[in-house]
Design a protein around this ligand. Sequence first.
Ligand code: MSP
Length: 503
Amino acid sequence: MKKYITTPIYYVNDKPHLGSAYTTIACDVWARFQRFSGHDTFFLTGTDEHGQKIQQAAEKAKKNPKNFVDDVSLTFKNMMNHLTITNDDFIRTTEERHKKAAQHLWTKLVQNGYIYPGEYAGWYAVRDEAFYKEAELVEGKAPTGAEVTWVVEQSYFFKLSAFQDKLIALYESNPNFIQPQSRRNEVFSFVKSGLHDLSISRSSFEWGIPLPENTNHGKEHVMYVWIDALTNYLTGIGYPDNFDEERFSQAIHVVGKDILRFHAVYWPAFLMAADLPLPKQIYAHGWWTVEGEKMSKSLGNTVDPITLTDAYGIDSVRNFVLREMPFGQDGNFSHASFLNRTNAELANAYGNLVQRVLSFVQKNAGAKVPEVGNLQKIDIDLMNSVEKIVPTLTHYIDDLKFHTYADDLWKIIFDCNAYVDQEKPWNLQKTDTDRMNTVLYTLCEIIRKIALMTQCFLPVGSAKILDYLAIDQNKRGIDALNTRLLSGTNLPVPSGIYPRFSA
Ligand code: MSP
């Protein structure tokens, strides 16, 4: 079955931070795992480049909007490269292919009778690029804390109100459409409380996709940035000319909790109105604070993922963000817990296991995959432990339970360290070299299996480990779990996998 995962497209008003890296890393783990499992996978990310917020940011930077978005979009592209993100495409909403897709969708909505002209008079928050009802304001601001201004302008409206019952039916018939469950309940009550038609064009500024000419809609209007932005998920897979409907129906849109409403309410309504298939799931993750505070430019506490990976490595950052809190919940980034986790899990548990086993083999077992003698139950059980949990691990990734996925693998890493301490190959070297070889073989074999499974999570360290075990590039997929290491294979000299960092 075709697989499809998307990140939100990032606003280019500012450079990437831990929040943008977080969603991207999560989707990358998912995509890497699906490819590892042999699935035809497409992973889309990109940048959201239109709208008033971007126009204002360009003005502030004294650049024309196009040059401005070109520059900032590049910082996101660079982040993807820097973090070795395996996205299959990087979409920019200023690209011609996207303009065509957004206009096509608009035309379809017009043809189906879901767009009508009117005038919008209400509150608008540029920071959120969102319209708010009077009743939603909290002390004169948007519920998100963003400043709002009163806007009166000519606008086209989308008949969102016509979709209330259809959306409720969708959430009811497909309980996994919105995840996690608590978020689904929030959306459900929002829709149940009544939907108003949505203003979907703006006429007070120009930085956006113009409405298509063939619909006789005002030339001075540009599309509301959210209808433009959401369409990226279609553009990325060929809409309109080469649209891969089958893949789209498998789409998982991973988004932050702040933008769930756009994805779980407006997006399916647009799609239904245009007779298009719906995505499979919208998954809302939580937010990071930094040292207990909201991460913000004005507080000067934004965490730069590039600086962090340069200092501590890609795997440390991936491991921290996905292990520190279950996906879907909020969490806190603190430098001390980042170092603790990196040292405890990567250096002391995983890295140390591999290092102690492979250096021992290098020095005391002829630098080859050891010969295997009589396997005892304890050896077989350990070797089978990864294989046994693969179906469960697969479900965890399918359900974006990255945290639990890693927990289960880590348990096996701890079991391996305990096995080394119990079997004591350094003693066996003096008393029973056959048993020593069997124990070392068992360890090499289980390390290989663990490394196969950690590739999606910890790509850098896992690749090194598989290289040290002389595993061919084409023997690193899920099927390789059903094979065994070949005794006698020469092994290269290993070096440290994960360094320890001091505070
Ligand atoms: N451009 C829109 C998305 C359009 S998708 C069709 C947008 N962009 S954004 O750059 O403001 O945010 C992108 C993502 O980053 C959102 O999912 C948001 O939740 C996430 N995060 C921003 N700050 C974050 C944290 N502090 N922590 C975790 N994620 C955060 O919204």
